[in-house]
Design a protein around this ligand. Structure first.
Ligand code: GUN
Length: 290
């Protein structure tokens, strides 16, 4: 039995951060200022706090300026919108990221819609998703763009390949499908209501799993030789010692016998997201500098 390749997203992300760091040095030399990234965190969600801390550290390591704005869960929508308006007009800031999810009393679409599209380094604003959908230059969501980078590194030209995206979120599934289409793949978006998901997945040369359900995509569903990108990060406690472990949306151990290549969890797509965020911030800084 042959075993597929494990795609080293951690190493790819480290190289991308180095490349961005070199680009930042060039930007500083040309403009006399550092690119700036503002991260807004509402509430105390532990996972979000970990991400935000990590983003801040890597932003500074890449030579950029990091600005953090922490606000309590109880913040009103108006106050949050006022903060975003302030950041929109702050010349030091090239990128604005509002960490999701937001508390239930705040409408995420309204908040994202208030961000200046030129500073929308998450690529969530409808102006950017609309540009992506219509093939115009845009700021593109970090996780799907990271997935495309890994796929092109592994497969080269993606043109004509059959791609199945499992999951239809605005953050991953939909932009992922748009990016694969832009690469001339034949794209199917499957989701929780899809009938006979196993046979839909079995058609795919490329499977992108982004449903948020632990090990839902089974190894035997994978067509021999397919490449699998696992976006899932699920915490499960199923061992005898009761310790939590992190697993993806794909049953990786089973899938390894079928795939050409697969991203592991952790160490696959996860590290790519922040690296691409830094890249998007540099792109936004260049666009603003003219
Ligand atoms: N929460 C989970 N993923 C993301 C992301 O990519 N961007 C933001 N802003 N929040 C998130």
């Amino acid at each position: 039995m042959t075993i597929g390749k494990i795609i080293d997203g951690k190493a790819f992300a480290a190289t991308l951060r180095d490349t961005v760091g070199e680009g930042v040095a060039g930007f500083v030399e040309a403009t006399g200022r550092k690119p700036g990234l503002a991260v807004v965190l509402v509430g105390e969600d532990p996972a979000s706090s970990v991400y935000v801390r990590s983003k801040g550290k890597m932003t500074v390591a890449a030579g950029m300026e990091s600005f953090e704005f922490k606000r309590p869960d109880s913040i009103g929508a108006e106050d949050l919108l006022d903060l975003i308006e302030e950041l929109n007009h702050d010349e030091r800031i090239d990128g604005i990221l509002v960490q999701l999810p937001l508390p239930g009393h705040i409408d995420e679409a309204v908040v994202i819609g208030a961000i200046d599209p030129a500073k929308d380094v998450d690529g969530f604003h409808v102006v950017n998703s609309g540009k992506l959908a219509t093939g115009q230059e845009a700021l593109v969501p970090c996780t799907p763009l990271g997935c495309i980078m890994l796929l092109k590194d592994e497969l080269g030209d993606l043109s004509g390949l059959e791609a199945v995206v499992v999951g239809r979120s605005n953050i991953v599934g939909k932009p992922m499908a748009a990016l694969l289409l832009a690469e001339s793949c034949t794209v199917t978006i499957a989701h929780s209501r899809t009938r006979d998901l196993a046979s839909v997945v079995h058609r795919a040369d490329i499977v992108v799993a982004a449903v948020g359900r632990a090990e839902m995509v089974k190894g035997e569903w994978i067509k021999p030789g397919a490449t699998v990108i696992d976006v899932g990060i699920n915490r499960v406690t199923d061992t005898e010692d009761g310790k939590a472990r992190i697993v993806g949306d794909v049953a990786t151990a089973e899938a390894l016998a079928h795939v050409r290549a697969i991203t592991p969890v952790p160490g696959g797509v996860g590290p790519m997201t922040i690296a691409v965020l830094l890249r998007n911030t540099l792109v936004a800084a260049h666009a603003r500098a003219g």
